[in-house]
Design a protein around this ligand. Structure first.
Ligand code: SAM
Length: 291
């Protein structure tokens, strides 16, 4: 089967199968071979690896993954793409096409079935409408992960790798950096896709931490604190926490916690590092262990 990654081959497959793009599935197919190479290189896939591809489309990236990896499972929600994939991936004997919604799939069971529960690599040109739930779902569900290399909206990539005190820093930066080390591999302009998306894109690799960068007694509380601190970005940390229904501590307890770390009473959440959020979380856990 010829390699798909160029505009003519992609258009030929689409025409032959009378495929109609579905906006609701975030369908923007990659047509640039240099970008494809950059993704595969950034993902550092070898024959030892099992790769989960989310949203294979017509199979452009899947063909390249099949060559580089030991095994590939490609999960596609659009039923109209399944017969197309059977054809474009006919020669790729190490690829399993799964028709389904990635948000409903038991990825942990998949990793167990195909890779004995060893860490897997996720590679995808993601549907942008569900980028965050997909990534957080993978991290939070305890799937054994080596890395996630994904095409996302450029501004989302910037938020994932942002540090304290910058405009892009927020709950997504802290959540991603709690689980992984982000690395921006490439910026990708809209003309690398059919149809062209209205936004710029970027390839980012999230390498899962072998050990968490901070130790917290209550992960749930850490994430509630982070959410509450950024829900009202323009408010002080003290007011953000105090106004949040998710935070069960009094104004005095919150002010006491902030002061105990030598932080100014007027500090905003966006100035705090992950270490400081972890310290705050552990302070509150000890203050009231049952909460
Ligand atoms: N990988 C292809 C490429 O690079 O040309 C297609 C990428 S396109 C941005 C996203 C793909 O994800 C589409 O094929 C879309 O149908 C699929 N998709 C959207 N939502 C999905 C979901 N919840 N589960 C699995 N696949 C999904």
């Amino acid at each position: 089967m010829e390699r798909l990654v160029d505009p003519q081959a992609t258009i030929a497959v689409i025409r032959k199968n009378e495929f109609a793009f579905q906006k609701r599935f975030g369908q923007n197919f990659l047509i640039d071979s240099h970008v494809l190479e950059k993704i595969i290189r950034a993902a550092d896939v070898t024959k030892e690896d099992f790769v989960l591809e989310i949203g294979p489309g017509i199979g452009t990236m899947t063909q390249a993954l099949s060559e580089a990896a030991g095994r590939v499972a490609a999960v596609e929600i659009d039923e109209h793409l399944i017969p197309i994939l059977r054809e474009t991936l006919a020669d790729c004997t190490n690829v399993e096409v799964i028709h389904g919604d990635i948000l409903q799939l038991d990825v942990k069971a998949l990793a167990k079935k195909y890779h004995d529960g060893r860490p897997i690599k996720v590679v995808a040109n993601l549907p942008y409408y569900i980028t965050t739930p997909i990534i957080m779902g993978l991290f939070e569900s305890g799937v054994p992960l080596d890395s996630i290399t994904i095409m996302v909206q450029k501004e989302v990539a910037e938020r994932m790798k942002a540090g304290p005190g910058t405009k892009d820093y927020g709950a997504l930066s802290l959540a991603v950096q709690y689980y992984a080390e982000p690395y921006l591999a490439a910026n990708v302009p809209p003309n690398c896709f059919i149809p062209r998306p209205s936004v710029g894109s970027a390839v980012i690799r999230l390498t899962a931490h072998k050990e968490k960068p901070v130790l917290v007694e209550d992960e749930g509380l850490l994430f509630r604190l982070i959410r509450a601190s950024f829900n009202q970005r323009r408010k002080t940390l003290a007011n953000g926490l105090n106004n949040s229904p998710e935070i069960p501590f009094s104004k005095e307890e919150i002010q006491g916690a902030i002061a105990s770390f030598g932080l100014s009473a007027g500090i905003r959440g966006e100035a705090l590092t992950l270490d400081q959020f972890a310290a705050l979380s552990n302070y509150f856990s000890r203050l009231r262990p049952s909460s």
